[in-house]
Design a protein around this ligand. Structure first.
Ligand code: ADP
Length: 445
């Protein structure tokens, strides 16, 4: 700071000395006048430099920085240094941004940056190819104007982006896309788009393979099973000492047949793109059938009762699929409940949702297994599952059926005490009997 005062005032020193000499010779008035003139000259010098600075600031250019004298020389030199530093960091930032854009551009997945009102800010060439976007034309336009499939609009507006959306490309229906929105920054979103046509083909091949193998196994197994049964029925055809082996063979053939049937059912559910045929399913009547089947399976070893079945509550869906799902849950309850246990079936409204639940007093399940129970072939106790004729596919089938009905499976269990499996159906699938009657009445009148 001291340096500043010295550097700004030293040009006045010669003028002050000159005035001091002039004072006794030409009088105080002349000396004062000369001093004032010197001050004006200094002011003019500063104004001149200030004008240069103002002119330069209008069009700042690193290579045309003005030259000054005195303190102005320092000011312009510091300005030059600062500007160079700034320009260097700007170059660094620009090249980092370019590298980032190049990397995003080279990604095989499409990336679109959306602002808070879902307008396109930027997209990479892959997004252009997959979604038909052109950055030069489409920047600033709402994404919903350009990707117009109703599923995508619903996904965008739902504001729940935990799951990706599977979509057929609007430009080529043979191409399958997986779209995922990822929120970031301040209400901005990243739309990531992946071509999964190849993965889908592999998945279809896998499904077809399982379906074909199961189908091919079905006939020989039926023939072998049939012959075993016939042989056992023919008097004297099976010696008594071999009868035990025949029983074992029959058991194993039965198990394989169950497995093949479950695999076929699963691949049928998986490959069917269409929603289940929608009919009104009389659930209370279905529960009676399920109860009878369960009592047959239990053979009097358990107490199977319908605790509550709302007689007015029906479902829209597939009778066969719902029969299979409810049957599977009740059969499991019997198979995993020791003799003398109790199985309670309940069917009622909970809020606007319809809930089918099976509560048993069986062996229960430890908490860490629960999340994995619907995986194929996941079994807590493999030998118990086998002993009771399980295939390890039952809950997987249940989950598929429920998903096709937009329903979900809830499992509550206490190890050693019992479990409750609940299938929860959304209001869209609920059909109340009185409402149906009213509708029919309105149609006939
Ligand atoms: P599985 O044919 O082996 O029964 P599931 O897919 O039906 O196959 O069931 C998967 C596993 O979940 C079973 O092996 C069993 O360990 C467990 N499980 C299912 N239902 C019950 C239940 N009600 N009580 C206890 N464990 C159960």
């Amino acid at each position: 700071m001291q340096d500043f005062w010295w550097r700004t005032t030293w040009p006045l020193l010669p003028a002050i000395l000159f005035c001091l000499v002039l004072w006794p010779v030409a009088g105080s008035g002349t000396a004062l006048l000369v001093f004032c003139l010197s001050l004006c000259a200094l002011l003019a010098l500063h104004l001149f430099n200030l004008r240069k600075l103002a002119g330069w600031l209008k069009k700042p250019d690193l290579h045309a920085i003005p030259e000054g004298n005195g303190i102005w020389d320092d000011i312009f030199a510091n300005l030059y240094q600062e500007l160079r530093r700034h320009s260097r960091s700007e170059t660094r930032l620009i090249s980092a941004l370019e590298r980032l854009q190049q990397a995003a551009g080279a990604l095989p997945d499409g990336v679109v940056v959306l602002n808070e009102t879902d307008q396109i800010e930027w997209c990479n060439p892959s997004a252009g190819r997959q979604l038909g976007l052109r950055l030069d034309q489409d920047a600033g336009k709402p994404i919903s104007y350009l990707v117009r499939q109703t599923e995508f609009i619903a996904y965008l507006n739902a504001r729940n982006y935990t799951e990706p959306l599977l979509l057929k490309s609007a430009r080529n229906p043979d191409v399958s896309l997986e779209l995922q929105l990822v929120p970031f920054g301040e209400n901005q979103k990243l739309l990531i788009c992946r071509d999964i046509t190849h993965l889908e083909k592999i998945e279809t091949m896998r499904r077809d393979f399982i379906a074909n193998v199961s189908h091919e196994l079905r006939t020989p197994l039926t023939v072998v099973g049939g012959f075993l049964e016939t042989l056992k029925d023919i008097e004297g055809a099976v010696p008594d000492n071999l009868r035990h082996y025949f029983d074992l063979m029959e058991d194993q053939t039965g198990r394989m047949r169950n497995l093949v049937e479950d695999l076929l059912m699963l691949s049928q559910l998986e490959s069917s793109q269409n929603p289940p045929q929608e009919s009104i399913v009389d659930v209370p009547a279905l529960l009676d059938t399920v109860q009878t089947e369960a009592q047959n399976l239990s053979a009097g070893r358990h107490h199977v009762l319908i605790e509550h079945a709302d007689p007015t509550l029906n479902l829209r869906g597939s009778q066969d699929e719902l029969h299979s799902a409810f049957g599977n849950l009740v059969n499991n309850a019997i198979r995993y409940t020791p003799e003398g246990g109790e199985i309670r079936i309940c069917w009622q409204l909970r809020g606007k949702e319809a809930v089918f639940s099976v509560r048993d007093t069986g062996i229960g399940i430890e908490q860490h297994h629960i999340a994995r129970l619907t995986e194929r072939f996941y079994r807590v106790d493999r030998s118990r599952s086998r002993e009771t004729g399980g295939t390890g596919l039952g809950l997987s089938i249940v989950k598929h059926i429920l998903t096709r009905h937009q329903a979900r499976l809830e499992i509550q269990s206490e190890f050693g005490k019992g479990s409750t499996f609940s299938a929860i159906f959304p209001p869209e699938h609920v059909a109340l009997k009185s409402a149906e009657k009213n509708k029919q009445g309105a149609l006939t009148s």
